[in-house]
Design a protein around this ligand. Structure first.
Ligand code: PGA
Length: 305
């Protein structure tokens, strides 16, 4: 059967009005156009769907049967149209975002507020390190990314929206915990727990020490902020992590921030997408939300000690 959706709509209207004239008026078509479509439909079906007795139009048995299916299909089409409209209009859109491991300490709170404001937005959140985020952007796998400053040579649109201070942390009983204005050189005597290669925090720390003509000797590599914090608490060494990661440890006094000259290392959070990418309405709304509202609601856990 070679039936068009338009024919189903016309059929339903004629079946409802039992009049070609009234159906053509309600569809804003000419009466011959309506008759022609019904004729073609009947040819495709291979059975008459209407019969005309005098001036009156009746549904045949086949027409009665056909009407149930036509109705169901037309309602499904209406529903589909509504869903598409809603997606265009934000109510049921899909948002695919990826955030740096470190940004995951605040991103879920941002998303929660955004979702409260935007009802049925379906969110997919990927948490990974900087290297993987950049790969995801190149491969166009995400709408938006929250990360440290992306490399200038990539064709990306990046907007800064939040501070990201990196601080030196120690166990509270560490001898340096009581010191003030600790010189950078003094840190070289300490063991440091650092993030894995590919981490934005790691590369910022390396750049910072290189810019000061220093380098950390034999740091211990850990693949997550959590592992670093646990290691520092266990007195394996010192760590350099984002202030965003420390809310709980500072509140519970499990870790302290050391007062080191030239610290914190000031980094920033950016919301990033591929240049030229057409953002969906939901993605545009999230982008705007992050730029306008996040700085208010997400202050770093606590100022440096
Ligand atoms: P990271 O990213 O979690 O990969 O360290 C944070 C950043 O880019 O500062």
């Amino acid at each position: 059967m070679n039936i068009t959706f338009r024919q189903l709509q016309i059929f339903e209207s004629v079946a409802q009005h039992l009049s070609y004239t009234r159906a053509s008026e309600s569809l804003h078509l000419t009466q011959p156009a309506v008759s022609m479509q019904i004729k073609q439909l009947e040819q495709s079906v291979g059975l008459p769907l209407f019969e005309q007795l005098g001036k009156k139009v009746f549904l045949t048995d086949a027409g009665q049967e056909f009407r149930g299916y036509a109705r169901a299909i037309n309602r499904q089409l209406d529903e589909l149209e509504q869903v598409v409209d809603e997606m265009k209009g934000l109510r049921r859109g899909r948002l695919t975002i990826a955030v740096a491991t470190t940004a995951n300490y605040f991103a879920p709170r941002l998303l929660a507020t955004f979702c409260q404001q935007h009802g049925e937005v379906a969110v997919s959140l990927d948490v990974t390190n900087r290297e993987q985020l950049l790969k995801g952007l190149v491969e166009n796998r995400t709408d938006l990314v929250i990360m440290g400053q992306p490399p200038a040579e990539m064709a990306l649109v990046a907007e800064r929206f939040l501070d990201n201070p990196l601080v030196v942390v120690a166990a509270p009983q560490h001898p340096l915990a009581a010191c003030r204005q600790i010189p950078l050189e003094r840190l070289l005597q300490e063991t440091f727990l650092v993030r894995e290669q590919g981490s934005g925090t790691r590369s910022a720390v390396e750049r910072f020490f290189a810019a000061n003509q220093l380098s950390l000797s034999t740091p211990m590599e850990m693949s997550s902020n959590e592992a670093i914090k646990q290691g520092v608490e266990a007195e394996l060494g010192l760590g350099i992590v984002s202030l965003h990661t420390l809310e709980m440890e500072l509140a519970l006094q499990r870790l302290v921030i050391l007062d080191v000259v030239n610290f914190p290392i000031m980094r920033y959070w950016y919301i990033v997408h591929r240049g030229g990418k057409r953002l969906s309405l939901v993605a545009q709304a999230f982008h705007r939300f992050v730029r306008v509202e996040s700085a208010q609601s997400l202050k770093p856990a606590r100022g440096q000690a």
